[in-house]
Write a protein that binds this ligand. Structure first.
Ligand code: SF4
Length: 204
């Protein structure tokens, strides 16, 4: 409006600029890794003692974030799964949390940083219920412009809701591959990502 920007979509990028302008690029590069310099804000939620938003140096281990910054799990509980990258992210098993949180390390195991969301689930969590909520989110948010996503997210939700046994006996993998390969935008292309990762890693 009035030839001025009205929306800033990349707040995180803008937030990094003052430090770089004041201290210089080399100071910024002291944090993080060679290919993922700087810091990132991660949002840790779920069954940890201190959920919250934490600014970490890129390359910090996921285990450190969960057990040091976020205080670890509640007494007597064991880790069941971690969803990283939000609803369009992937599930990690407990034996995968020694991963460095930077773009290259996550990509190497098929995960993404996404929005920086980290959802921690202990042994009491209902992962199948989490998948149902993720599937409902994509079904509701699909704009309907292209069929793979419009129909695929609906069918995915139905399969997740109705299946009581093993998902491997359903067409959910074919559905996910079709949405990934044929949807027009990122929403449809990633609508099956978290769900298929949970199934393939034996979390449901
Ligand atoms: S993939 Fe994108 S364009 Fe296609 S229906 Fe889903 S939200 Fe709409």
């Amino acid at each position: 409006m009035f030839q001025r920007p009205t929306v800033i979509n990349n707040v995180e990028t803008f937030a990094n600029i003052p430090f770089i302008a004041l201290e210089g690029a080399d100071a910024y590069r002291q944090y993080g890794t060679a290919k993922s310099p700087g810091t990132r804000v991660v949002c840790v939620s779920g069954q940890v003692k201190k959920p919250g938003a934490y600014e970490i140096a890129m390359g910090t281990l996921l285990r450190e974030v969960i057990y040091n910054l976020a205080g670890g799990l509640h007494e007597g509980r064991t880790l069941q799964a971690v969803l990283i990258g939000g609803a369009a992210g992937v599930f990690l098993r407990p034996d995968e949390i020694d991963i460095a949180l930077d773009f290259q390390s996550l990509a190497a195991i098929g995960a993404t940083f996404g929005s920086g969301a980290i959802m921690v689930m202990d042994d009491t969590a209902n992962v199948r219920g989490v998948l149902r909520r993720i599937a409902r989110f994509f079904k509701d948010e699909s704009c309907g412009k292209c069929f793979p996503c419009q129909i695929g997210t609906q069918r995915q939700y139905e399969i997740i809701t109705r299946t009581v046994g093993a998902f491997h006996e359903t067409p959910i993998h074919d559905l996910g591959a079709t949405m990934r390969d044929a949807s027009l935008c990122g929403l449809g292309q990633t609508a099956s990502s978290a769900i298929l990762s949970a199934i393939d890693k034996g979390l449901v």
